[in-house]
Ligand binder design. Structure first.
Ligand SMILES: CC(=O)CC(=O)C(=O)O
Ligand SMILES: [Mg+2]
Length: 226
């Protein structure tokens, strides 16, 4: 009868399958900005990762062939639940669907070279498997996302432990700021920056990361084979 079948509804709980934008905020913790030799930013520093950066527990994190120094950056992820275009900070939390734990895996030597040459950070930040991501946590389970401990261990050794209360720019501010520049769509993910303690990952290292006792996830590092 000429009826087109309805597109299958995509659950937000599987946002990493939607193929949407990952907006990352850099230097959002003063302690991390200082350890990188940078001043805390006056406005959020933004960069992007493509959806092909997503990797889920059970699949490896791959070190790119051009990278000798791969770093971990554990971060709270905010999953957009409703389209946001130039929203005011006071209304921004209405656009949050939930949260996830993420690692902003970074080719640090490549990033240093890009900074030196004034080049964009794409090769350092946007390669395949550069965004390990946990299960989705609905927003109802986290009444205050600015009161969370996020942590990361490598081979059982605690490397990063930070409190989201130390963010320079709050989640409502970030959503408001980003949405004036990039329209945020349902299923998009915002990485909110990493606390101090970033460090090197070697091939075969086991990464374990978590949010308080709410969730944890594990990944192994492998060399990328072309
Ligand atoms: C220097 C960085 O890589 C900034 C960044 O990603 C962060 O989380 O801070
Ligand atoms: Mg980061």
């Amino acid at each position: 009868l000429g009826l087109t079948p309805m597109a299958a509804a995509k659950p937000l709980s599987r946002f990493w399958e939607w193929g949407k934008t990952i907006v990352c905020v850099g230097r959002n913790y003063g302690e991390h900005a200082r350890e990188m030799g940078s001043a805390p930013p006056r406005q959020p520093l933004l960069f992007l990762k493509p959806a092909s950066a997503y990797v889920r527990q059970g699949s490896p994190v791959l070190r790119p062939y051009y990278c000798a120094t791969l770093h971990h950056e554990v971060e709270l992820g905010v999953v957009v639940g409703r389209r946001a275009r130039a929203v005011a900070p006071h209304a921004a939390m209405e656009h949050v669907g939930g949260y996830a734990l993420c690692v902003d895996v970074t080719a640090r030597d490549t990033q240093d070279e890009c900074k030196e040459k004034g080049l964009p950070w794409t090769l350092a930040k946007a390669f395949d498997t550069s965004c390990p991501v946990s299960d989705f946590v609905p927003k109802e389970r986290i009444p205050d996302p600015h009161k969370l401990k996020i942590w990361l261990k490598v081979n059982g050794e605690l490397r990063q432990e930070g409190d989201t209360s130390s963010m320079i720019f709050s989640i409502p501010y970030l959503i408001s700021y980003i949405s004036e520049i990039i329209t945020l769509e349902e299923g998009d993910l915002i990485l909110t920056g990493t606390p101090k303690g970033v460090g090197a990952l070697e091939v075969n290292d086991e990464i374990e990361a978590g949010i308080d006792d709410i969730l944890s996830m594990r990944f192994t590092v492998y060399k990328h084979q072309l």
